[in-house]
Design a protein around this ligand. Structure first.
Ligand code: UN1
Length: 508
């Protein structure tokens, strides 16, 4: 496994890190990383102790003093070099993502490309941290606003995008002048080490201090140290709604800031005016891609009654052609689920849908015939269901597609919006009235709404995030950078008088 070596994954103290330095001790508690491909062990990382955590925070605070005074375009130059370094490691890092998380290699590469793209975006953004100027009501006064860095940005990311989601946050936060403490998922600790090694190389080459990009490892407890810690003014967290609610409560109690990217329950509406072949293809990528483990995965398909049967049959045909197996093999389209728990959750959901009166019309079974022992391979499932089934209201992180029928667009939109989550959404139609209705104020209530484009696979240039229980956060492109900075309104008096605003007379 040459790629592990090339990514610097060797040694016994990998884990907590302030840059080049890894703080883990011999004999520390460890997390074993297993590949979901066949369940075998890849390597161990150490778990961050409280003492190490405090060392990391202290180092980050020190580094912030220096980093915040580096001009933003110069910070952009560092991010540009990180982008170049990532290009060099694209194949190896993509392979590690596949190996540790289980998504197919094409998607592993896509994830690293998403990192590269956000680096390029951040470089440009580093010269565009624009504030407004305002006209003062007082003579010879000037008003403007400027954006300043916040300090330490805590980033908590999930297993399903073990490197890209970190980069959306870290690269934008970095050009804004922040330093980072990142806790990735316990299920994908090696991805964190590899990315840490890549950024550390660039920082070393530029004589920058330890403490700008920091890594902590561990589970819930380490996450709680971060959310409770007043030294971390911003926590950006990606994960389940349950986790997000806890993060919001804890960080909110200390009046800290959060960016939350939580669950989705994404739907595609397929109208009778759709190009059905396009709709079918987008649905399959959205529902079985990444084995249904994207927060943008297509979970519900709301289909007009006139085309319901035709689309259903076509989907089954395509599903039948999808190769399931080792995600490193070129012709595989669906790899394993992340772990046994995920398989159990999928089986439980399928039972519940039947109990509620729905029907699993395709797939769902565990695939024991694969030669890859202990991998969690499943056949993606299609079920006919109703929107108000409890299980349809929930996000199950597995490849299950619920088919729902509608007869008019208002009904379709009402079903579409009739869930607690609000991340990504699509309509497939060639009718402009239907498309524009879906995009209007009475249309989709999601953070992302597409026409003739599926729910997953967003580009980095737009702001990414969703409404309602998805958490309301926005990351990545557009003006998402503002969430990583504090806005300061400045008024400057260059006259020799002391006039007050609102014309108040206060003679002293
Ligand atoms: C996630 O699943 O947490 O839009 C992020 C997409 C990817 C990002 C997904 N660009 O599907």
């Amino acid at each position: 496994m040459d790629f592990l070596k090339k990514l610097g994954i060797e040694g016994t103290n990998l884990g907590t890190s302030t840059g080049q330095q890894f703080l883990g001790d011999e004999g520390a508690e460890t997390i074993s990383s297993h590949t979901p491909i066949d369940g075998s062990q890849i390597a161990d990382t150490t778990v961050t102790t409280r003492e190490e955590y405090d060392k990391v925070v202290a180092q980050a605070q020190e580094a912030f003093k220096e980093w915040r005074m580096v001009p933003a375009p110069k910070r952009g130059e560092i991010v540009r070099q990180i982008g170049l370094e990532l290009r060099k490691h694209k194949e190896d890092l993509g392979r590690l993502v596949t190996y540790e998380m289980g998504k197919i290699y094409q998607e592993g590469l896509g994830e690293v490309q998403e990192m590269i793209d956000i680096c390029d975006f951040a470089v440009g953004q580093s010269r565009m941290l624009y504030g407004k100027t305002m006209q003062s009501e007082r003579p010879e006064h000037r008003m403007y606003e400027q954006w300043q860095p916040l300090g330490i940005t805590g980033i908590i990311s999930a297993f399903n995008f073990p490197v890209a989601v970190y980069s959306w946050n870290a690269m934008i936060a970095a050009i804004c002048g922040n330093v980072m403490i990142w806790k990735g998922s316990e299920k994908t600790p090696l991805c964190g080490i590899a990315v840490q090694n890549i950024t550390a190389k660039v920082l070393k080459r530029n004589d920058l201090p330890e403490g700008i990009f920091n890594l902590v490892t561990g589970g819930r407890e380490v996450g709680e140290w971060m959310t409770e810690d007043e030294r971390l003014p911003l926590i950006s967290a990606t994960g389940s709604i349950r986790m997000g609610k806890e993060v919001a409560k804890t960080v909110g109690a200390r009046l800290g800031k959060t960016i939350l990217e939580l669950g989705g329950n994404n739907a595609i509406i397929v109208s009778e005016n759709a190009d059905l072949e396009m709709a079918a293809r987008a649905t399959v990528f959205g529902s079985v891609g990444t084995c249904g483990q994207r927060c943008t995965s297509t979970r519900r398909l709301i289909v007009h009654e006139d085309v319901f049967d035709e689309l259903k049959d076509r989907l089954i045909e395509i599903y039948d052609d999808v190769n399931i197996g080792n995600p490193l093999d070129e012709d595989t389209l669906v790899g394993p689920l992340i772990d046994e728990q995920a398989t159990e959750n999928m089986q439980k959901a399928l039972k519940e849908v039947e109990k509620a009166g729905g029907e699993v019309i395709y797939g769902g079974e565990e695939l024991d015939d694969t030669k890859l022992k202990d991998g969690q391979y499943v056949r993606p499932a299609i079920a006919v269901a109703e929107n108000d089934f409890d299980i349809v209201q929930e996000e199950t992180f597995a490849p299950i597609l619920y088919l729902l029928k509608y007869s008019d667009l208002d009904e379709a939109i009402s079903k579409h919006n009739g869930v607690k989550q609000g991340l990504s959404s699509s309509i497939f139609t060639l009718n402009i009235r239907e498309a524009e209705t879906f995009l209007s104020a009475r249309g989709s209530d999601c953070g992302i709404a597409n026409v003739n484009v599926g729910t997953s696979g967003a580009e980095i240039g737009g702001a990414f995030g969703g409404e309602k229980e998805t958490g309301g956060g926005r990351e990545s492109g557009s003006d998402a950078w503002k969430a990583y900075m504090r806005r300061q309104t400045n008024t400057i008096n260059w006259s020799d008088e002391m006039p007050l605003a609102q014309g108040i007379e206060f003679d002293v």
